[in-house]
Write a protein that binds this ligand. Structure first.
Ligand code: SF4
Ligand code: SF4
Length: 191
């Protein structure tokens, strides 16, 4: 058995390195030969555009519920979860108590299309679509306002209506029902 400082040990290691390198080269040559015999798979974009799966994550939209109302309730969950902070909005409230976003903005120049906003949204308002052809030479024009984002359909889920579950309409005043506590003022932290 060779000693630790035995020069034969160095020779054995060198031979192993040469053998591995030769095997790697041979593997590479075989891959080239294999690909030479295959049909080319280059797709001539933009002449040819592949249909992408429905769940592809690209341009973002804001959808509407089956009643045609805006689904977004300005809960800020999407902007809170966004890892690059590219969503901003303001919250408003209609006379019937339904919340909405008076303005809603996404900076597509920063968006990394991770889909976390869509995952977080409780109303299915914000959705990523397979549409990816919206690059602009001027990065400042990649900021989309609500009018650019809001569509007139329900996106991937046409049937879901958040307000059918959460509800804004009540019979009688809040807190006036049997065993119901009076409503708290959500806009105050005072006890
Ligand atoms: S897809 Fe990701 S990066 Fe883009 S807006 Fe949604 S959470 Fe932010
Ligand atoms: S898009 Fe969804 S998560 Fe974002 S503020 Fe509107 S309701 Fe909330």
């Amino acid at each position: 058995m060779p000693e630790v400082n035995d020069p034969r040990r160095g020779r054995v290691n060198s031979l192993q390195v040469v053998a591995r390198a030769t095997a790697g080269l041979w593997h590479g040559f075989m891959m080239v030969l294999w690909h030479l015999g295959r049909r080319p798979i280059t797709e001539q974009y933009p002449e040819y555009k592949r249909s992408l799966p429905e769940r592809t994550r690209a341009r973002i939209i804001l959808t509407r519920d089956p009643d045609g109302e805006e689904r977004c309730v300005a809960c800020f969950l999407c902007s809170g979860v966004c890892p690059v902070s590219c969503i901003s909005m303001a919250a408003g409230e209609r006379e019937d108590g339904r919340r909405f976003a008076p303005w809603f903005r996404i900076n597509f120049a920063r968006c990394i299309y991770c889909g976390l906003c869509e995952e977080a949204c409780p109303t299915l308002a914000i959705q990523l679509t397979p549409f990816y052809e919206f690059c602009e030479p001027d990065i400042l024009t990649m900021v989309a306002e609500k009018k650019d984002l809001l569509v007139d359909h329900g996106g991937k889920n046409h049937d879901y209506n958040f307000y059918r579950f959460a509800g804004v309409a009540m019979v009688g005043d809040k807190g006036a029902h049997v065993d119901e506590a009076a409503p708290v003022d959500l806009k105050s932290n005072l006890p």
